[in-house]
Design a protein around this ligand. Structure first.
Ligand code: ACO
Length: 319
């Protein structure tokens, strides 16, 4: 696998912690000190599809290939615009990738890593040449805005990467799931409601999180997954230039850095400006790092995601 290009898109509206403090009982000090988040982008005109398309078009331009050359599209998302058709099929139509196979996968904040692993597995069968891998979310529509313990954490956005079957930049891939812990971070879909079971008044379900359980899960699982990815790649940790972790919380990232005995300078972050964008967080950060010229040919980086499912994924890449 080879990375040919990256792209990202964020909604225009920026909402600071102070903005939130004007409409709910919270403060910049509380949010910043516990999470590192200073602001987030919130969709008003944008949708998950519009942001995914914008990120995909940017990635295609960066890769210097056209949509019709893409033969596989995989979107990691937990907040598509439709239950069906999939976000990936919506993107396919928008970019004119007529010969592509397109589908979504649900792996929470590990969505981009899982999509990348799936593209890599397909590449190994020899069936596809160019894949568009996307992470895109409009989490703001899944928040209970009366629940200050969750709604302040999340933001909206999309990230994408064009990858090719040629090349061997992907040095390793580690994935895992623990469904037994799934209720620590969940959002219900529609309940059973039909001719034979009627619920009366309908309600929207919102994201519910046991913050402490998720924190413990993340600091236990991520260092292990990263270490396994390095071992699989036979890559000494000192040779890694950057660790691009899912941007959930600065305290989680600090704890992972400490457990891996690595300096925080090796952990670029954008959660200060974007909040937690679930599956979009890793590809947005990858695009930021790539576009700022922070990585060049031969640099070793590690990508890692963790989240709802529970799920986790980590890989080592030689850029
Ligand atoms: N503003 C002000 N006060 C708040 C807010 C808020 N936004 N939210 C909660 N509080 C209050 C609570 O009501 C509680 O008050 P009380 O003591 O009077 O009852 C107090 O702050 C402490 O609440 P806790 O939930 O115990 O706060 P904690 O220190 O555990 O921090 C946090 C919460 C930041 C969510 C923490 O548990 C955490 O970092 N968890 C990791 C989970 C995470 O990052 N999830 C992101 C999504 S999951 C993912 O991406 C994998």
């Amino acid at each position: 696998m080879k990375f040919l290009g990256t792209g990202s898109a964020l909604p225009k509206k920026v909402v600071s912690n102070d903005d939130l403090a004007q409409v709910m009982d919270t403060s910049d000090e509380w949010i910043r000190s516990r999470t590192g988040i200073g602001m987030r982008h919130i969709a008003v005109e944008e949708t998950t599809t519009s942001m995914a398309v914008e990120a995909a078009e940017e990635a295609l331009a960066d890769a210097k290939i056209s949509g019709c050359e893409i033969d596989l599209i995989i979107a990691g998302t937990i907040s598509p615009d439709y239950i069906f058709p999939s976000l990936a099929c919506e993107v396919q139509a928008a970019i004119g990738a007529k010969s592509a196979t397109a589908f979504d996968l649900s792996a929470g904040c590990s969505g981009f890593l899982f999509a990348l692993a799936t593209a890599d597995a397909y590449f190994r069968t020899g069936r596809y040449k160019h894949a568009l891998v996307i992470g895109a979310e409009t989490l703001s529509k899944m928040m209970n805005w009366a629940d200050r313990s969750t709604c302040v954490l999340f933001g909206d956005g999309a990230g994408a990467a064009v990858v090719s079957a040629e090349g061997s930049q992907l040095l390793s891939m580690v994935q895992g799931s623990d469904g037994a812990g799934g209720m620590a971070l969940h959002c219900e879909n529609r309940p059973v409601n039909n001719l034979y079971r009627q619920l009366g008044a309908q309600h929207y379900a919102f994201t519910q999180m046991d913050g402490r359980e998720i924190y413990k899960f993340a600091v236990r699982t991520v260092p292990k997954a990263v270490s396994e990815a390095l071992e699989q790649a036979e890559l000494p940790i000192e040779d890694v230039k950057y660790f691009l972790l899912h941007q959930a919380n600065i305290r989680i990232i600090e704890s992972v850095a400490k457990r891996l005995h690595q300096p925080m300078e090796k952990f670029p972050c954008n959660l200060q400006k974007c909040g937690n964008v679930s599956a979009a967080s890793v590809p947005i950060l990858l695009d930021n790092v790539h576009k700022h010229g922070m990585i060049s040919g031969g640099d070793k980086i590690v990508l890692a995601g963790f989240g709802a499912g529970l799920t986790w994924g980590a890989c080592a890449v030689e850029w």
